[in-house]
Write a protein that binds this ligand. Sequence first.
Ligand SMILES: Cc1ncc(COP(=O)(O)O)c(C=O)c1O
Length: 477
Amino acid sequence: MTPEEFRKAGHALIDWIADYRQKIPELPVRAQVEPGDIRGALPSHPPGGTDDFSALLADLERVIVPGITQVQHPMHFGWFPSNASLASVLGDIASSGIGTLGISWESCPALTELEEVMCDWMRELTGLGSQWRGTIHDTASTACVTAMILARERASHFSKNGAGLQGVAAPLVVYSTSQAHSSIAKAVQLAGFGNDNLHMVAEDPWTRAMLPDALAAAIEQDLAAGKIPAGIVCSVGATGTTAMDPVEEIAAIANRHGVWLHVDAAMAGSAMLLPECRHLWQGVEQADSLAWNPHKWMGTILDTALFYVRDVDHLEAVMSTNPSYLRSGADGQVTQYRDWGIPLGRRFRALKLWFHLRLDGVEAIRSRLRRDLDNARWFRERVEAAEDWEVVAPVPLQTVCIRHVPRDERGQPLCGEALDDHNLAWVKRINTSGAAFMSPSQLDGRWMVRVSIGVESTTREHVARLWELIQQSAAAG
Ligand SMILES: Cc1ncc(COP(=O)(O)O)c(C=O)c1O
C-alpha cells in the first residue's frame, strides 16, 4: 500500500470509526452470536490476491461488528469500564502509523523520552512523590509478573544469576488475599513461587480488606517455620467488590521484614486523579511497586498499564541485558526501557496518554470520574431503599454489588441455591436481551451481581434505566 492509497483508505476508515461510535447506543450490548459464528463467516483459507478496501470495510461491518460485546455502550455495566476515548484512539493510530521500533533509546529517542514524561505527568496527576519512576506495560498482569520477579530476586539474593529458585534452600512466600485479581495468583505461579507458597491472608468480613494483624502473624509463622517471606500484593480496589487493603499498615509490616510490597490498583488507580479519593491508598509511598491501568476507567485505550517502582537500580539489575548489537554511545545517559521489564520491543504507547491528556483535558476526565461516583451513590441508595434488595459490599468507588432476596411461598427470604438461581436468572434475561450487560460474581460462594458504572457515555438516565430493567427482570422470575 502506498502512502497515497493509505491516505484514501485511512480517511474512509476514520469515517467508519466515527459512524460506528455514534451508532453504538443502538447496538445490543452483548454480542448476539453463538460460538463459531464469526469463524464460520470467514473464509477457511487466506486470499490469493488483493482485495478492495471497500470490500474489507463492508466485511468489518458485516462479520466483525456482530461479534463485538459493546463495552463502549452506555448500558455496559459489566466487568469494569474499559473506556477507549477517541482522543487516545488518535494517539494509538499515530503510534501505529509512525511505525517505530522501541528496542533501545537509540531506536527511537522520542518513544523513551515521551514515555518518561507521561509517567511523570501521571505520577503528578495522582499525587505520587517524585521518588517513583514509571514505565508503560501492556497490562497490569505483566506489571504484576514483573513485580513478583523483583520480589523473588530481592529475597533470593539474585538467585537468577546462579541456580535460580532450585538453588534456594527455603521456600519463598508471597502474601495476598482471596479478593486479589486472578492475575496475582498467576504472577506468583509464573514467577516460580508455586501456588503452595501463596499465602491468602484473612480479610475483614464486610470490607474484604486484608487484616494487617493476620498478615503480621502469617509472616511470623512462616519465619518460625524457616520459610522466607518475599512479597506482598496489596489490592487497592480488588476486582470482586473493590476491596481496599490498608496500604499504610501493610507497608509498615512489609518494610519491617524487608518484604517487597506491590500495590495492584489496576482499576482504582484512575480514582487517584481525584484528590478526595487518595486516602484510599494512604501509605502507597512506602510500597516498592505499583501498577494501574489508565486503559480502564480513565479511558486511555488498551494497552496502557502504568508500572512504577522506587528502586530503579534493583529493577535494572534484575531485568538488564547488554547484547553488543544494542549498545550505543548514549548508554549510561538515557533510560533503556528494555531493562525495565520483560519484552525487548515495545510500542509507542505514551502517544495514547499524550493525546488523551492534551485533547480531552485532565479536568474533563476528572469531572467524568466524579459523575460516575455520583451515579454509583445514587444507584446504591435506590437499591438500599428497595424492598427485598441488598447491597452486599461497601461501595468505595463506582461498582455496586447487589442481590435480590425475594420471599418464597412461605414468606421466607429465598436462600441457598434457589437464591443463586433467581439472581443468575434475572441478570441472564437482561444480558441475553442485549439491553444492558452486568457481570454476576461469587461472594462467599453465593452469586451476586456487580454493577460497574463508568462507561464514558453512561449518564444518570442510563443508570436509572438500568435500575428499572433490573427490577422488571427480577419481578418476572
Ligand atoms: C484489580 C485488578 N487487577 C488486575 C487486573 C488485570 O488487568 P489487566 O487486564 O491489565 O492485566 C484487573 C482487571 O480486571 C483488575 O481489576
